[in-house]
Design a protein around this ligand. Structure first.
Ligand SMILES: Nc1ncnc2c1ncn2[C@@H]1O[C@H](COP(=O)(O)OP(=O)(O)OP(=O)(O)O)[C@@H](O)[C@H]1O
Length: 274
């Protein structure tokens, strides 16, 4: 059984104006980025995965349960969704209370919830801010608090909506390490993002939506090699992939680490031959 099964799903907010058209894919554990230009249907798709919306045709199964027969609240133990804007998610006036809210809501004891919240705050390096008001923190820190409040529930599926927005270099590095750690622990991590560098560095699989349809679905390296198809959806491969092309490299490099390793071995080759 797949963790997520999306079977021929269509959706419209307004009758006759489809936003998603016959989308089919399945996901298990690992990391998946859903990309596409503005309005291609990414946020709608993750709201469907969380049962905040229901398909008008087709079905979505989460752990075998049809989202038409459940609610977002009932899925809270399985699917955690971190909103793009932390201000839409945060409503407590103490960081610790905010991060404990989810665990308490799914029935954990006070002690268990506190323990899980502290663990989650350690993961995002904000345990020292646990007594503060989230609104006294920077936007970047608030975003990390909203991630912690999902991590504290230890769901099998973690969905991150534009996690790198408002993050500086260190914040992005922190989010990358959180994604890697979750994947290592066997979770399914889904992101929707416009940040192709983040996708290249962090995500194993890429799903491309274009005008509500699934345009590409495959390993990141394969998807980013299809430049013409990406261009037709107004998307570009990660910067490092584009840079490596200018050096004559034939494949697709996805991260700075891969670029440095390639460049180093090319220089060694060149030195050996000269
Ligand atoms: N609540 C809503 N009511 C009506 N139309 C909506 C609603 N939410 C989104 N839409 C429309 O649905 C389409 C898909 O929007 P969606 O937000 O899913 O796309 P997206 O790929 O996430 O875009 P972005 O990258 O800009 O966040 C757009 O045309 C949008 O205007």
């Amino acid at each position: 059984m797949n963790l997520i099964e999306v079977d021929n799903v269509s959706f419209a907010y307004t009758e006759g104006i489809p936003v998603l058209k016959n989308v089919t894919f399945s996901l298990n554990n690992g990391s998946v980025a859903i990309i596409g230009q503005n309005g291609s249907g990414k946020t709608t798709l993750v709201k469907l995965l969380k049962a905040l919306l229901k398909p008008i045709s087709g079905d979505i199964f989460i752990n075998g349960i049809n989202t038409k027969e459940t609610t977002a609240a009932k899925l809270a133990r399985t699917v955690g969704l971190v909103f793009q804007n932390p201000n839409d998610q945060i409503f407590k006036n103490k960081v610790l209370d905010e991060v404990m809210f989810g665990p308490l809501n799914i029935g954990q004891s006070m002690e268990e919830a506190r323990e899980n919240a502290i663990k989650a705050l350690e993961t995002v390096s904000l345990v020292d801010k646990k007594e503060e008001n989230p609104y006294d923190l920077s936007l970047s820190e608030r975003k990390l608090v909203s991630i912690a409040s999902i991590l504290s529930m230890d769901t099998d599926i973690v969905i991150l909506d534009e996690p790198t927005i408002a993050q500086d270099y260190l914040g992005k590095a922190k989010i990358r390490s959180i994604v890697h750690e979750l994947v290592q622990r066997g979770k399914l991590v889904i992101t929707i993002t416009h940040d192709m560098d983040f996708v290249g560095e962090c995500f194993q699989r890429v799903i491309v939506l274009s005008e509500g349809q699934l345009l590409l679905d495959g390993p990141a390296r394969e998807v980013f090699s299809k430049e013409d198809v990406l261009r037709s959806a107004n998307l570009e491969p990660p910067y490092v992939a584009q840079l490596s092309k200018t050096t004559g490299y034939q494949g697709v490099l996805l991260s700075v680490e891969e670029f440095v390793a390639y460049y180093r071995s090319a220089m060694e080759d060149w030195e050996r031959r000269s």
